[in-house]
Design a protein around this ligand. Sequence first.
Ligand code: AGP
Length: 610
Amino acid sequence: MCGIVGYIGKKQASPILLSGLERLEYRGYDSAGLAVKNGSTETEIVKAKGRLKALVEKTDGGATLKGTCGIGHTRWATHGEPSETNAHPHCSDDRSVIAVHNGIIENYLPLKEKLEKEGYTFYSQTDTEVAVKLIDHYYKKEKNGVEALARFMLRVRGSYAIAVLFADRPDEIFVARKDSPMILGVGEEESYLASDVPAILPYTRSVYYIDNMEIARLTGGGVTFYNIDKEELQKEPVRIAWNAQAAEKGGFEHFMMKEIHEQPQAVEDTLRAAVAGGRIRLPESFNKERVQKLESAYIVACGSAYHVGVAAQYAIEDLAKLPVRVELASEFRYRNPLLSENTLVIVVSQSGETADSLAALRLAKQAGAQTLAIVNVVGSSIAREADEVFYTHAGPEIAVATTKAYSAQLVAAYLLALELGRLRERVAEEEYTRLLDELFTLPQKLRRVLEDKERLQWFAAKYAGAKDIFFIGRGLDYACALEGSLKTKEISYIHSEAYAAGELKHGTISLIEEGTLVVSILTQERLFEKTVSNMTEVKSRGAYLFGVTTYGNYALEDIADFTVYIPRTDERFAVSLAIVPLQLTAYYVSVARGLDVDKPRNLAKSVTVE
Ligand code: AGP
């Protein structure tokens, strides 16, 4: 949902801003823009509709925009169509205030009316232009950047990470934040700002986190923080462990393919970070007494992270004997869930910034529930606001369609389930060790699944023209079907549905016609024959069957037209392996259709608006 960057120092700002935006383009990509100032001369603004490439061409890779201080933006339209006019940066009428913004100013219409009465005119349809003119209004009174932003923050409702240039302050950038991500980096006589870490990784790994309702002033000499009362705050920079190469394509054609191949590592790193001496290390407060008192758990998340929850509920209920409900964060936040101090609310999120998940977390905390976040991005809002955090170690994920973060989340959830089971005395020591050892075999088994990719490429080329695809499975296989279907939809633009296999004949089977592709997942021995029966039902109505099952279940070839095998593992963990052929198929279909795999239309990786 929009990416913002900023630089102030001794180097030319434009190339740094453009490279930062390139690394943030996954957040939005319908237009982009830069504002760069060179000392006290007028600030230049350049914008272009479409992908960042258009802005790069327009500025000759930044060469036409000289200056050592600037801000940039890549947009995912919320207010107003994607156009050059609506693109950021936005400026006040006399250009004395210029800003880029990520988030939504909810009360922008009444503010706009008030500003119009003051004589302001508006050229765009955006809420950001209103924000800029409001800041201008306050700045004109006192000529104080911190003061103007503090007053702006008191006046607006909504979310923002905003970076502001004032014409009469050539060596400063001011920022403010509420509920939209932003980090600040510092190097040798230079400061950076960005929506996400990868944007500044090539330049510095020393970052500050700016909290909600805080303001910062960036200069070449460093960053100064203020609270809304304009009092200075002291903060220590944090060293980011990710390296710059982690956010490069590394020889792969697309980030998604690279990230699919990074899954064994992501799983292994997540396991290694959480396990020591044969024990899973949950945050310390997860002691026996507390865990045994738990009465229920909720897993709350969006998109693929929600699908992790659908799979994780089986492991948690089975191993910890704790009732689990899985909820979409966007639904959970608007009902009155029955929460108590003995409820554990687990929020799963790669970015740690998803607006609905964050709101759900806040609701759970307010209701007195215990909260645990499974998050990938260190220092993100969800990580900071949850009572406890279980970090996944997937590294930076750039492709909009998640793969390695999903896999790391699954493993984190299995570890949680297993440890809760031990603490609740539902998993005996021997079983605990067996399951933990089994989890450590997953990286190797994942590598084996990845070796079979050529067959999937062949299959995908054949089915790239499909109109509808159905994914079916029972139990955990249904959880896997949900994620396989979402992967297909988001990057191949083919309509697809995931169905609990036994539910098909209650309506959906009427959609099956000659040649309809039905992907069936069969990793649960107990349910194998049941799903085969459902496959037979659709086959007799003309479906073409793609089956995913475990090695040894060769009888599936009697009915399936195309079969892929995954290594055996404990059935509770099978989704981790079965999802990979589905990710690969979605990827190859997208490539065969000539689509933009990493940046699918209408989507943004981090959904920081409601
Ligand atoms: C999946 O491929 C999507 N990118 C999307 O569903 C994603 O999982 C969802 O938006 C949640 O994001 P989060 O994990 O960062 O909270």
